[in-house]
Design a protein around this ligand. Structure first.
Ligand code: AMP
Length: 316
């Protein structure tokens, strides 16, 4: 994959939201969130990111300064008259399942992503969770991306299904949670659901399973990473996007989709997801030292490594 664009920033397009979140342990009102914000908060610790999105005139843009300080280019975030995208959710006691209480598209309803000319040469593109119709419009404007990774959500699987299924043909990595892939493929078995997705385009499918970790399915191999067994989980919102940020951020830094890079990216994804849930909103990711990321990588290795008594599976 080596070409002149090796160092180009990741192009990320997604929601830039205000979230009201309720968990059994507390609540946060109208805090910054959205797929693009969580993704960038994680990915910018690995690689430069250029962000495209839209906010209303109620958005506290200064709260995104920490991303700019890390080198993220936020000049593609438009500010329009009206209300920002708003999402409200309530988590159940196990913090693994949630109900969406409200989704207000606000300025998102009339959003037409405009990719600035200086963002169009990106090799890595992350299509965060937004209307698949807009995800298509983004891809129409980028020149020749090597790696298009895409996330989605039940809201769009229900509401914009045809555009989403068409989009799969333009995507190399689909990052999706277990409930959503079952819904998208109409198939309860995860490996079979991943095959269904692969038959429509993406060569790699990452299935996120909340606190139970994530699974990567390639054509003829797979890899599984657990969730980090945290003792205190505060707010699971955005864990999936922070996972995607660690995963794509590391791949862009490595400039490779080789199996060993993909395995490491899965663990970086799980590390970033685990940090993200330790505090409300993106708070935990604001000053996260890189050494803490590496320390948790080592802990992941310790909790998953083991020796077998034989070198190969019997019969090989
Ligand atoms: P996650 O917990 O990783 O699924 O991501 C939660 C984030 O997604 C929140 O910050 C929300 O603002 C954002 N979000 C929720 N619903 C939507 C939607 N329909 N489209 C785009 N972003 C959304």
């Amino acid at each position: 994959m080596a070409d002149g664009r090796n160092g180009t920033p990741i192009l990320c397009v997604g929601s830039v939201a205000l979230d009201s979140v309720e968990t059994p342990f507390g609540r946060a009102e109208r805090v910054i969130g959205g797929s693009a914000v969580y993704f960038t908060a994680a990915a910018s610790l690995f690689h430069a990111v250029q962000v495209v999105g839209v906010v209303g005139d109620d958005y506290p843009l200064a709260e995104l300064d920490f991303l700019a300080r890390r080198g993220a280019d936020l000049s593609g975030i438009e500010r329009r008259p009206g209300e920002s995208f708003f999402w409200a959710g309530r988590y159940h006691f196990d913090l693994n399942s949630r109900d969406t209480l409200e989704t207000k598209l606000g300025v998102f309803a009339s959003f037409q992503p405009k990719i600035p000319p200086s963002f169009r040469a990106a090799r890595f593109v992350f299509l965060g969770n937004i209307d698949p119709v807009l995800q298509h419009e983004v891809l129409d404007q980028v020149e020749a991306p090597d790696v298009v990774a895409c996330d989605t959500m039940n809201y769009w699987i229900d509401g914009s299904r045809d555009a989403l299924v068409d989009l799969l043909a333009r995507v190399r990595i689909l990052i999706i949670n277990d409930e959503e892939i079952r819904q998208l493929a109409g198939e309860p078995n995860l490996p079979k659901a991943a095959r269904w997705v692969q038959s429509r385009g993406p060569e790699l499918v990452v299935v996120k399973k909340g606190e139970h970790g994530a699974m990567l399915l390639a054509n003829d191999w797979l890899f599984f990473v657990p969730g980090f067994p945290l003792e205190s989980v505060f707010d699971p919102t955005g864990a999936g996007d922070a996972f995607a940020g660690g995963f794509v951020g590391y791949l862009a830094q490595a400039g490779s989709l080789a199996p060993e890079a993909l395995r490491r990216a899965m663990v970086y994804g799980s590390v970033m997801g685990s940090y993200s849930v330790e505090q409300f909103s993106v708070r935990r990711l604001i000053d996260l030292p890189v050494v803490d990321i590496e320390r948790r990588m080592v802990q992941f290795r310790e909790i998953t490594a083991f020796e077998t008594h034989v070198d190969a599976a019997p019969g090989r």
